[in-house]
Design a protein around this ligand. Structure first.
Ligand code: DAH
Length: 348
């Protein structure tokens, strides 16, 4: 019998026998018999060295092909046996595995949280560090140290939820922070410049609820202090943020504004996405949408935390978060975010 005939015989015998196996033990025996060290096939492979070069090529190829085929058949059969066993044992326990499975819903992040992460990532990539602060805050950090003393008219623009009455607290009143700016002071008290931080978090105002007002919302504060920081750094940083978040071709505008803890103060607006600057209902026909307040840190604020304003300067900014997904997705009622209506939340 020639070697190739011999290989054919092995193939026939192996395939025939494999058909008859139907459990793991039989399969293992089959593997040892046809693919093991002492198998006929292995003998053929070992004896190749005794053949002439020409024969070796032909027979070697055929023997290797047979080996690959047998291995392939074996693994298919193993799978089939495993499957049969599964069906059988499920059947014994009265389980119908042909029924479609129950799908379960994956959770997802709240749209406001998603935007948070996106904004944080942009500032992190520009070298800012993310820090968080308390929501119950002292009058001192929320107002006083930010250059908003008692009786300052700026206090009237932030309707405050007080925790202590003035009389009870002996001048040290607690409140729910009305903005994230107090973290500027808390950080500068502890960390010497150079520093670059962003502060995301919840803020509270004593306001009647409507489509654009809720008593709890989110802000993101930014602060950079170092020697030689100028308005150009402020503009460059915020331009870059707007480009990355809203897109390369969205126009950005800065105008003067007033905040007691910066000088000069500015507001930044982006071109309205709906009307592209033409003027529409969304932007109150101005063509622009204000998204943040900013400015150069007031020298008095720096002095308060013992940072010499003759040596150091800094810029700060603060933006409302909810506005941003509202603008992006065309959401016209801020209350939707906190109504816990899953039909709304599942869209994001
Ligand atoms: N804290 C201000 C607010 O809630 C926003 C703001 C304006 C923050 C200017 C800043 C800033 O850091 O420089 O209205």
């Amino acid at each position: 019998m020639s070697v190739s005939q011999q290989l054919e015989e092995i193939r026939k015998a192996a395939m025939g026998e494999l058909d008859g196996t139907n459990n793991a033990r039989e399969l293992e025996a089959w593997r040892v018999r046809y693919l093991g060290k002492k198998s006929q096939l292995n003998e053929v492979l070992r004896s190749l060295s005794r053949l002439s070069l020409e024969e070796r090529k032909a027979v070697g190829a055929a023997a290797n092909r047979l080996k690959a085929d047998l291995e392939n058949e074996l693994s298919q059969k193993e799978q089939a046996v495993r499957q049969d066993r599964l069906v059988a044992s499920a059947g014994e326990r009265g389980i119908d595995i042909s029924l479609p499975g129950r799908s379960f819903r994956a959770g997802r992040l709240h749209p406001v949280t998603q935007v948070y992460h996106e904004i944080n990532d942009i500032f992190i990539s520009m070298g800012f560090e993310v820090v968080e602060g308390p929501e119950v805050e002292w009058d001192y950090y929320n107002f006083e140290a930010l250059n908003i003393p008692k009786e300052h008219p700026a206090r009237d623009t932030m309707a405050t939820l007080w925790i202590d009455s003035e009389a009870e607290s002996g001048g040290r009143s607690r409140l729910l922070r009305t903005h994230t700016s107090p973290m500027q002071i808390r950080v500068m008290e502890k960390v010497r410049p150079p520093l670059r931080i962003v502060v995301p978090g919840k803020v509270y105002r004593y306001e009647a609820t409507d489509a654009t007002h809720i008593p709890m919302f989110h802000q993101l504060e930014g602060l950079a202090v170092d020697e030689g920081i100028t308005m150009a750094d402020l503009k460059g940083t915020l331009y870059e943020f707007a480009r990355r978040f809203f897109g390369e071709d969205r126009k950005v505008r800065f105008r003067c504004d007033y905040f007691p803890f910066v000088e000069p103060g500015v507001e930044m607006a982006i071109e309205c996405a709906v009307c592209k600057g033409e003027g529409c209902r969304l932007c109150g026909s101005s063509g622009w949408i204000e998204i943040l307040g900013a400015g150069m840190v007031h020298p008095r604020v720096l002095e308060r935390v013992n940072i010499d304003p003759e040596v150091y300067s800094g810029f700060a900014f603060g933006m409302g978060i909810e506005r941003i997904p509202m603008l992006r997705y065309g959401i016209n009622d801020i209350r939707l975010f906190y109504g816990s209506d899953l039909r709304f939340l599942r869209q994001f």
